[in-house]
Ligand binder design. Structure first.
Ligand code: 13P
Length: 275
């Protein structure tokens, strides 16, 4: 039984100066692949599903599967709702036992984003789940649809931190999906926040960043890094030809190899025993 609260993983990452990989999952193959990678690397890990993906992977089906997979894992696994946009969806995730939820009010004016986040903190307080908020805006939606990126204001990050959130996603020039070229990240935002927030910093849009960019943001305090596109591409590529059962095995393996690469890069390998 290794389902854990995301707060624990973030605390451990802060103490150890590394980042926990937070991998998006769309189906059983993704879930099994990510957990296999974490077990092989003896690493803590987060599995997440975004609200915008639920038409493909309904929460009442994928949620219990994620939870069960976490409970049966030999490493600590947190189960997270990524980019929760509506209170109904966030409530459903909490009722299903998710140990972390994101309240994404990044397209709202600051005061409304803070008010919404406070509502979610109150809801999550009933189960003890962690809460992630967003300041600035990660470019493009999680499903690749257009959304302009916006660099986080440092002052707004401090205001959001005062709500008592556990994790804060900041826009620093990052975007979901494939970049035409590795983006120019605004490290100065992280430099001004380093060591001054109660919340752990979260980087979205991990696919396509360079190893050097990952190392630098981790050294500047990033403690959770989201990867989605690369996981989905690995699975899609593994599924050419063959029968369904061959494809399941190949998908799990491809997702595991992809997730393991990030786990090693993020410094979380070998950290499973220390929670
Ligand atoms: P990528 O699809 O760019 O890896 O981004 C993942 C993410 O941030 C999910 O919230």
């Amino acid at each position: 039984m290794a389902l854990v609260n995301m707060k624990e993983l973030l605390r451990q990452a802060e103490a150890g100066g590394f980042a926990v990989g937070s991998f998006s999952v769309a189906n059983m193959e993704c879930v099994r692949g990510v957990i296999r990678a974490a077990e092989e690397c003896a690493a803590p890990v987060i599995i997440q599903v975004a609200e915008i993906r639920l038409p493909y992977s309904p929460l009442h089906i994928i949620g219990p599967m994620m939870r069960s997979a976490a409970e049966h894992a030999s490493v600590p696994v947190a189960v997270h709702l990524d980019h929760g946009k509506t209170l109904d969806c966030i409530r459903e995730a909490l009722d299903l036992g998710f140990t972390s939820v994101m309240c994404d009010g990044s397209d709202l004016p600051l005061e409304e984003n803070i008010a919404l986040t406070r509502q979610v903190i109150e809801m999550a307080g009933k189960t003890g789940a962690a809460v992630e908020a967003e300041i600035g805006r990660v470019g493009r939606s999680e499903d690749g649809s257009d959304a302009p990126e916006e660099i986080a204001s440092v002052g707004d990050c401090f205001r959001m931190d005062e709500t008592g959130i556990d994790a804060l996603a900041v826009g620093i020039g990052n975007a979901h999906g494939l970049y035409a070229a590795a983006p120019k990240l605004r490290y100065e935002v992280l430099e001004q926040l380093k060591g001054k927030l109660h919340a752990a910093l979260v980087l979205h849009g991990g696919t396509g960043l360079t190893d050097e960019q990952f190392r630098r943001v981790i050294s500047l305090g990033m403690r959770k890094i989201n990867i989605a596109t690369d996981i989905f591409m690995a699975q899609a590529e593994a599924c050419r030809g063959g029968d369904v059962f061959r494809n399941i095995g190949a998908s799990v393996e491809a997702v595991a190899r992809t997730a393991a690469g990030y786990i090693k890069l993020f410094g979380s390998e070998g950290k499973a025993g220390t929670t």
